[in-house]
Design a protein around this ligand. Sequence first.
Ligand code: MN
Length: 142
Amino acid sequence: MDKTQFETHNLFGQGAPNDRFAQFFTGRSFLNPLTNMSAVELFAGNVTFEPGCRNNWHIHHATKGGGQVLLCIAGEGWYQQWGQPAQKLTPGSVISIPPEVKHWHGAAAQTWFSHVAIEVPGENTQTEWLERVSDEDYQALS
Ligand code: MN
């Protein structure tokens, strides 16, 4: 799927370069915040990854509640929990990531990908960013 075709599927919009989190990603990503946090205490944003882009291993910490939900929108991507095989993501895939679980998510090597990321409310929520997903490990996915 080329970029123009992808954009017709990326219904929640690409938004702006994800500069704030760029240091925790390999490749370029974009963020389009969706929720009005002056109205509701829930953050949801559409994250768009260029082909090959993924975030570092990370953990969504919380002392109560917390975690993250991914609603896959367009293209193809990957989700992997530490110690588990990676799961292929396609439009309509829903991933519930418990708090305190080490994981990463991102695009497949050959295609743009987007998911809406929902931060599950909780107490003392904080994301801990860890090591990169190595090119060797990433390129071995299929
Ligand atoms: Mn995550």
